[in-house]
Design a binder for this molecule. Structure first.
Ligand code: AMP
Length: 471
């Protein structure tokens, strides 16, 4: 198939030929004919697949008819970041070189006045980040009732950044008769809901995600007891065993609550760790990443959602604290190491309950992943019991309430460490988040029983309970 089979205009075809492209990529071949026919498109593709041209080229063709009116853009492209918005503008400049179109970029960090002037002239294409677009709208400088084509790009990243309420608001300001082209690398439930709400009978075009793992990554499965504390103890052993060979690592968890718990536990055990999860705002995430990138932080505990779409630097090790339930996530996670021909190591903790997910991963990558020191059949009782928190293991079952309190205490964090975990402060990026700071005092490894009030005994604590806790 060639570009001329897709129905693009001669002006666009000529610019594509000048760019040196001869064959459309799968997302282009799948999306362009439908976009040209005026249909809504749901494109599931990530950056690097040629997805930008898959909406820019048909938009250029369709914009050849008609002209823009002051303050009423004809098309709107929403991007999560300034950098992506600027990239899309470059694409319009390259492929639209035979067109005379007014393109306006509404992004933060640029003066409102310059942007207003462009809007006033009438924009054929408006490329914006959601927050800045709404700021202009609220200042009364923009009418969205003339928008014929709406593009929502990198929707899952918008979700990560807390932009979904803004997107919903913007969608409601644009006429129902518009065409919507919607792109996302993944389809978490929130995104599916959004597409159901705002797309009309969309044509779904899905591009396969990379299913191969690099040959220079050493991969291992590591048997583990199923209890959270057993997994955490196993992880610590693995990290320590790697010694100097581990320069930095990302530790992936399936849930953000697990990210928090594990991060706090690692800090408590005096590891140099930070956390990255979906509840942190963009600023806090960027600060955390910057610290990691600069080597100020050795271990980064992260969820898939938090890590997705972010430019995370090359790392020497990846640990999967949880086996990913979606096999593709495994490929993406371990792809964070072994870049540019360097070697990397990826360890995955596996419990009995994870077996079917491991099978799915091995099927996807077409290879068996070796076990580090024996498979699950060699899992002993000590693996399950490993570092069970608190004392009194031998004394039989404890009442539930007390057990819960003790587990909670085992994960208590010293105050400075808490500052490393950014708090969500705003649904829009831009607000200050707690800066990353290394704890300046050593975390307390043993909690003094005397300092705790034991519920149910009032202030009188029996001597048998004053046994120092085990770390
Ligand atoms: P994107 O996924 O839009 O970020 O594009 C990734 C890269 O692929 C960009 O550098 C594009 O210039 C390039 N590209 C887009 N379409 C094609 C094509 N049909 N053939 C070769 N490269 C392309």
């Amino acid at each position: 198939m060639t570009f001329s089979d897709l129905g693009l205009s001669p002006k666009v075809l000529s610019a594509v030929a000048d760019a040196g492209y001869t064959t459309p990529t799968p997302i282009q071949a799948g999306a362009i004919p439908h976009a040209l026919a005026g249909k809504d498109v749901l494109g599931i593709a990530q950056t690097g697949t040629g997805k930008t041209a898959s909406f820019v080229l048909p938009m250029l063709t369709r914009l050849e008819r008609g002209r823009a009116r002051a303050r009423m853009p004809r098309t709107l492209i929403l991007e999560p970041t300034r950098e992506l918005a600027a990239q899309v503008e470059e694409n319009f400049a390259r492929y639209g070189k035979n067109h005379r179109l007014n393109i306006a970029l509404l992004i933060g960090g640029v003066s409102f006045e310059d942007q207003e002037r462009k809007l006033e002239r009438g924009a054929d294409v408006l490329i914006a980040t959601p927050g800045r677009l709404l700021d202009h709208f609220e200042r009364g400088k923009l009418l969205l009732t003339g928008v014929e084509i709406l593009v929502i790009d990198e929707a899952d990243r918008m979700l990560d950044m807390g932009f979904i309420p803004d997107i919903e608001r913007i969608c409601k300001l644009i006429p129902f008769t518009r065409q919507t082209l919607f792109f996302s690398a993944t389809m978490p439930p929130e995104i599916t809901k959004l597409t159901e709400q705002f797309l009309q009978a969309p044509v779904r075009v899905e591009v396969a995600r990379p299913a191969t793992t690099a040959a220079n990554i050493e991969q291992f499965l590591v048997k583990s007891g199923s209890k959270p504390w057993a997994k955490r103890a196993r992880l610590r052993e693995l990290i320590r065993a790697e010694g100097e060979g581990l320069s930095n690592a990302i530790i992936f968890c399936n849930r953000k609550t697990e990210v928090s718990t594990l991060f706090r536990s690692l800090v408590r055990h005096e590891f140099d760790a930070g956390a990255l999860h979906g509840d942190m705002d963009q600023r806090a995430r960027m600060t955390m990443l910057e610290n990691f990138r600069r080597g100020k932080l050795k271990l980064l505990v992260a969820s898939d959602v938090a890590a997705r779409g972010l430019d995370i630097p090359d790392v020497s090790h990846v640990f999967n604290f949880d086996v990913p339930t979606h096999s593709e996530d495994y490929v993406h996670r371990i792809g964070r190491t072994g870049r540019a021909g360097r070697s990397g190591k990826a360890f995955t903790l596996v419990t009995h309950a994870d077996r079917k997910y491991v099978e799915g991963i091995e099927k996807l990558i077409g290879q068996k992943i070796p076990w580090l020191d024996g498979d699950l059949s060699t899992l002993g009782e000590e693996d399950e019991e490993r570092e069970k928190p608190r004392r009194g293991r031998e004394r039989g079952r404890k009442p539930e309430g007390r057990k819960r309190r003790e587990e909670g205490r085992a994960e208590e964090v010293p105050a400075p460490a808490k500052a490393q975990e950014g708090r969500k402060e705003s649904r829009r990026p831009g607000k200050e988040a707690g800066a990353h700071k290394k704890p300046d005092r050593k975390p307390e490894r043993h909690l003094e029983p005397e300092s705790e009030t034991v519920i149910g005994f009032g202030d009188a604590i029996p001597d048998f309970m004053k046994v120092p806790g085990k770390a």
